[in-house]
Design a protein around this ligand. Structure first.
Ligand code: SF4
Length: 279
C-alpha cells in the first residue's frame, strides 16, 4: 500500500496565528475570556481551547463582560460596534489575508463600484465583508448565479479567501461581458490555492482519498468536493475514529489531505490508523 500525505495538509498560517493569540490571551486574561463563534472550524481544537478557559459565545449579546477574541474569519461591523458599546476588551485575530479582502471590498465601494463576492453568502467571512458595504453587493456561489446578474456600469470582484481559483476565473469571464468597467482583485489565499492544487494532483494518482477536517469547515468541504470530482472514492472525516476499514479494502494507493483548520495531531492519528488498517 502506498500512502501519499499532502505536504500542504493542515493548519494554515491564519489559523495557527489565531490559536496562538487565543493561547496567549488565556494566560493573560484567565477570567471572562470568549471567542465570538468557534475560533476555528474544528470541534477538537475548540474543545482544547475550552479547557484553557476560552469559552465560545455565538452572539455579542451573550458576553457579559471581559475579553472577546474575533476569529480569523473577521467580524461584522455590527458586532464590532456592539463590542465597543459594551466596553469589552477586543483581541482581533482576523487573518491578515481576510483583512486584505475586506480592504479591497471597501476600496471598490469607495470608488463607486458595485461589488461581487465569489463565495458562500452564509459564511462568516463573507457576512463580515458584506457588513462594511452598505449597498450594491452580490454574492455568487456558482457560475449560473453570476449569469443572472448585471449588467453593470462599474463592477469590482473579489473572492472569499478559501474559494476555488477555477470558479473565480469562470465568474470573472462571465462578468467581463456584462460590465462596462471591471476591476478584479484576486483575494484567494495562496495557501488555499496550493492546498487545492496539491489535493487535485494526489487525487489523480490514488484510488481512495481521505480529507480530514471539521464538517462545518467550508474550506474542508470544498477540498473534499474538488477531490470527489476526480476520485469518487473520497471520504471526508473529522477524526480517525470515523475512518471505515471497508473504504480502504482493496485500495492500494491512498491519498490524505486536510483543511486549513485541522490540527496536525488529528492528521497524524489518521495516518497511523490508515497504515495500521493496511498492514
Ligand atoms: S485559509 Fe488563508 S485566509 Fe483563511 S485563515 Fe488560513 S491563511 Fe488566512
Amino acid at each position: 500500500m502506498k500512502l501519499i500525505v499532502a505536504k500542504s495538509a493542515g493548519v494554515c498560517f491564519g489559523v495557527k496565528r489565531a490559536m496562538d493569540i487565543a493561547r496567549e490571551a488565556a494566560k493573560k486574561y484567565p477570567k471572562d475570556l470568549y471567542t465570538l463563534g468557534p475560533l476555528i472550524h474544528n470541534p477538537q481544537a475548540v474543545e482544547f481551547l475550552d479547557q484553557l478557559g476560552v469559552k465560545v459565545k455565538n452572539r455579542i449579546e451573550h458576553i457579559p463582560r471581559g475579553t472577546v477574541i474575533f476569529r480569523s474569519h473577521g467580524v461584522s461591523l455590527r458586532d464590532l460596534m456592539k463590542a465597543r458599546e459594551k466596553r469589552l476588551r477586543i483581541i482581533d485575530a482576523t487573518c491578515p489575508i481576510v483583512k486584505r479582502a475586506q480592504h479591497y471590498a471597501k476600496y471598490l465601494h469607495r470608488h463607486g463600484y458595485d461589488l461581487l463576492i465569489v463565495g458562500d453568502a452564509q459564511h462568516p467571512e463573507v457576512e463580515a465583508i458584506r457588513s462594511y458595504i452598505p449597498e450594491g453587493v452580490d454574492v455568487v456561489e456558482d457560475v449560473e448565479a453570476s449569469q443572472r446578474l448585471g449588467p453593470w456600469e462599474k463592477l469590482g470582484i473579489i473572492a472569499q479567501t478559501t474559494q476555488s481559483f477555477s470558479l473565480f476565473k469562470e465568474v470573472v469571464a462571465v462578468c467581463l461581458e456584462r460590465a462596462k468597467e471591471l476591476r478584479v482583485f484576486n483575494t484567494i489565499c495562496h495557501a488555499t490555492t496550493i492546498r487545492q492544487m496539491e489535493a487535485v494532483e494526489i487525487a489523480k494518482k490514488v484510488d481512495c482519498m481521505i480529507v480530514i477536517g471539521g464538517y462545518n469547515s467550508g474550506n474542508t468541504q470544498r477540498l473534499a468536493a474538488i477531490c470527489r470530482d476526480i476520485q469518487p472514492h473520497t471520504y471526508h472525516i473529522e477524526t480517525s475514529q470515523e475512518l471505515h476499514p471497508k473504504w480502504l479494502a482493496g485500495r492500494e494507493k491512498i491519498g490524505l489531505t486536510a483543511g486549513a483548520s485541522t490540527p496536525s495531531w488529528i492528521i497524524k492519528e489518521v495516518e497511523v490508523k490508515v497504515r495500521h488498517l493496511k498492514s
